[in-house]
Design a protein around this ligand. Structure first.
Ligand SMILES: C[S@@+](CC[C@H](N)C(=O)[O-])C[C@H]1O[C@@H](n2cnc3c(N)ncnc32)[C@H](O)[C@@H]1O
Length: 295
């Protein structure tokens, strides 16, 4: 992973990344230099903690080109200088364009089996407070709700906060509308219990039933900002497949903050490629990519 936290904010002169070589024009619509890429790396690191390694040149060009078109800029240099000089809504668009939102229902299925066991291990009256911290388009928080309702019943005493830094995916999540195909790996009993099938012009789509959608409190939370809005501590936190975009120093800071908002003995689910065994003072490994907050 790129150690971008060590990168200075000194701007590389623009002709240092000339239009020759891998980052040159090469028939592209907009001028795009190594210096532009360096500027994007610094800005997204500061805003979202995301470390974009050097192999992401082409991806960044393609994701941000649309922003140049929509804002009427002729080059990356112009767009990025304008962005840095404003404090307006384009920052959110910039962040939205650079996040990777891949997700699916019941992704890493074993976590939902563990969650179900955990929920059944306490009296039905226990109030569960759960946070899904990189919820993307919503498949993950809805999988948590389905698991909770199946384990605890329709009147589950269960609060779920679902958050993301990306306003666009969060809007999709709160609508709860998906293609029917995205349910393909899910048992059909769940289709009937939790979803409504679209008809006529909505054929091929499904919508999460309102009573389940209403069980989730969707909000924007930036994991790398120290302004989390939570008042109560969590029994369970899902923080899956987001820390892989952060460098080691950022991961540690985020882990320390997650530790602060969790109850002692609370359970943290992380992604399949994420390992926090260096932070045993905060979390101890309980199972495959499942950690327990130290007491
Ligand atoms: C690959 S998706 C993972 C979605 C889901 N957790 C899963 O495992 O299927 C990563 C998500 O993290 C979000 N993200 C990236 N940086 C973030 C930050 N600083 N704070 C909060 N969310 C962030 C992205 O917007 C994206 O939706």
């Amino acid at each position: 992973m790129n150690t971008l936290h060590e990168r200075t904010r000194t701007r590389i002169p623009v002709d240092a990344g000339s239009d020759s070589g891998s980052a040159g024009m090469q028939g592209r619509e907009f001028a795009w230099t190594d210096a532009d890429f360096g500027q994007v790396q610094s800005l997204i690191y500061e805003r979202a903690g995301i470390s974009l390694h050097d192999g992401k040149h082409a991806m960044v060009y393609s994701r941000l080109s649309r922003r140049l078109r929509d804002t009427g800029h002729q080059s990356f240099r112009e767009y990025l200088d304008w962005l840095e000089s404003t404090d307006g809504p384009e920052w959110q668009e910039f962040v939205n364009a650079l996040t990777t939102n891949l997700t699916s229902f019941f992704r890493e299925h074993h976590h939902f089996e563990s969650l179900s066991e955990l929920l059944k291990s306490r009296p039905r009256t226990y109030h569960w407070n759960v946070w899904c911290s990189a919820a993307s388009t919503g498949e993950e928080p809805y999988s948590i709700i389905m698991t909770a309702v199946e384990a605890l019943g329709e009147k589950a005493n269960f609060s779920l906060a679902a958050s993301d830094i990306d306003s666009k995916v969060l809007a999709t999540a709160s609508q709860g509308v998906y293609r029917f195909e995205s349910l393909k790996s899910m048992e059909s009993s769940r289709h009937h219990r939790f979803f409504l099938r679209g008809k006529s012009e909505n054929a091929g789509m499904v919508r999460v039933k309102p009573e389940y959608r209403q069980m989730i409190d969707f909000q924007m939370v930036n994991l790398v900002r120290d302004d989390w809005p939570f008042k109560e501590t969590f029994d369970v936190v899902f923080c899956r497949n987001v820390m892989i975009y952060f460098d080691g120093a950022t991961q540690r800071k985020v882990l320390e903050r997650i530790h602060r908002v969790m109850k002692p003995g609370g359970i943290l689910f992380v992604g399949h490629a994420e390992n926090f065994s260096d932070s045993k003072d905060l979390f101890v490994l309980k199972g495959k990519t499942v950690y327990e907050r130290t007491r």
